[in-house]
Each structure stands twice: as C-alpha cells, then as structure tokens.
Design a protein around this ligand. Structure first.
Ligand code: NAD
Length: 240
C-alpha cells in the first residue's frame, strides 16, 4: 500500500488524533521557516537569528530586535493554507482533539481550529512589560521602532524567545493530549527545538506519522513517514 493510502486508512480508523507541527505548516502560506535552504537561517544579518530572537538580545538591543521582528516575523496578510484547513475540518468532524504548534502566526485559529496549543506563543498577543496592558498585532503595526505603552513601559510580543522557558501548564496539557492519542501526526517541523521536539516521546500508540518535505532526526521512530508538502498530503487525505 502507498504511504498516502495507509495514512488515509489510519485517519478513517482513528478517533483521537493529535497534530503536532512547526514552521513547515505555514510555508505554503508564504511564511518562511527557519531551516529550509530558503528559510531564515540561510539569510544574512548582522547577527544570527537565534541571537536576535533571544531574551538577552531583546533586552540589550531592542531596536535591532524589533527591526528583525517586524521585517521577518510579522506576516499580517498571510492566509491559512490547505494544511490548516484540513486540520480544522478533522476537528469539526470530532476526530482531531488538538493541534499543538510551535508556530506563532495564529493561522490554525484563522482556519477555524479551536483547540490550539501554542507552545511558543503568538505574535497576535503583546503586552507591556511594566503594567501588563495587552496590545493587538494591529497596535504594534501602527507603531515604528520599539513599541511603548502609554505608561512608558516597553511592549513585548507574547512569543517565547530563546533562553525563555515554556509555559509548563501548556506543556502538560500537550503531553496529556499526546499520551491518550490513538494517532499522532507530526508535520513541518525539523524536530530540533527542545523541549517541544521531545513531546513525541510521550506518544504510546502505533500510528505515529511524520510528514515533512525533508528527512528529520526522528524518522526512524515513526510508524509511517510521508515525504511531501503538508498542504498537499493533508489536503488530499481530508478533501479540502
Ligand atoms: P524549522 O524551520 O526548524 O523546520 C521546518 C521543517 O518543515 C523543515 O524540516 C522543512 O523541511 C519542513 N517543511 C517546510 N515546508 C514544508 C511543507 N510545505 N511541507 C512539509 N514540510 C515542510 O521549524 P520548526 O521545527 O518549527 O522550529 C523552528 C522554530 O521556528 C519554532 O520554534 C517556531 O516557533 C519558529 N517559527 C515559526 C514560524 C511561524 O509561526 N510560521 C515561522 C518560522 C519559525
């Protein structure tokens, strides 16, 4: 049987599906990932992206941080693609219980997904680091340089920077979903950013499917590996 046919059969047979994804879910919405050859890590800046997107750099050089962030992390016009829509449909059908994502772009919710665990936060939420007041992405886009609150404090995007820890309660919820899943679909992630990448170790079933356009470090652990574009593989299988 072709891998795509096995995938479709497993989707039909499973009732408690969880999807765990990364930047590759949104490349078909024209948001670049980090590690593909045309991804962010292969472009030239004064500092490597890991450095710019770290907490200490954000504090030390907020102007540089925001220059990069506005230029490379904000895509207000991006629209959900077939992968996002397929996952939303599976949830509406009652088969998929949660999307766990490393993405910060909000596109799963824009496609209609409801149970979305954003491990790395979201560019749609921002807050004043002094008084805690919330700001939308539109508020940030209406400013230039380093955005400041009316109280004078610096506004920070609600995204997890390098050197920052993950929200432990969110991580525990993600683990609980994965533990009881009868099918775990992992897609569009190079599985190198921890602790998020370690999540798949909590899966106890025998339908671990990895969908990626390039090999990942965990291919050997999967019950099924599909090499291809997520929008096409998920879109064709679910019919969106
Ligand atoms: P990554 O860049 O390390 O890996 C992306 C993987 O997806 C690669 O293995 C690539 O081959 C694959 N891929 C790319 N397009 C694909 C497609 N159409 N179909 C199937 N596979 C595809 O990304 P990561 O593992 O998510 O980790 C990097 C970090 O980058 C995450 O922490 C995330 O927060 C952040 N990030 C988020 C966004 C976003 O929100 N859209 C974009 C870039 C980076």
């Amino acid at each position: 049987m072709r891998a795509e046919d096995t995938f479709k059969t497993w989707l039909d047979e499973s009732q408690d599906i969880v999807f765990f994804g990364g930047a590759g879910v949104s490349t078909e919405s024209n948001i670049p990932d980090f590690r593909s050859t045309d991804g962010l890590y292969h472009q030239q800046y004064d500092y490597p992206p890991e450095t710019i997107l770290s907490h200490s750099f954000y504090l030390r050089k907020p102007e540089e941080f925001y220059r990069f962030y506005r230029d490379k992390m904000l895509f207000p016009d991006a629209k959900p693609n077939r992968a996002h829509r397929a996952l939303a449909k599976l949830e509406q059908e009652g088969k998929l219980k949660a999307v766990i994502t490393q993405n910060i772009d909000g596109l799963h919710q824009a496609a209609g997904s409801r149970e979305v665990l954003e491990l790395h936060g979201s560019v749609l939420r921002n807050y004043c680091t002094r008084c805690g007041r919330s700001y939308s992405l539109a508020d940030i886009l209406a400013t230039e340089g380093v955005p400041h609150c009316a109280c004078g404090g610096m506004i920070k995007p609600d995204v997890v920077l390098y050197e920052e820890g993950l929200d432990m309660r969110l991580l525990e919820r993600a683990i609980a979903y994965i533990r009881r899943a009868d099918m775990l679909i992992v897609g569009g992630t190079s599985l190198v950013v921890y602790p998020a990448a370690g999540l798949i170790d909590y899966y106890r079933g025998n339908r671990l499917v990895l969908i990626n356009k390039s090999p990942t470090a965990r291919d050997g652990q999967a019950d099924l590996v599909i090499s291809g574009k997520l929008g096409e593989v998920l879109g064709d299988a679910v019919g969106v």
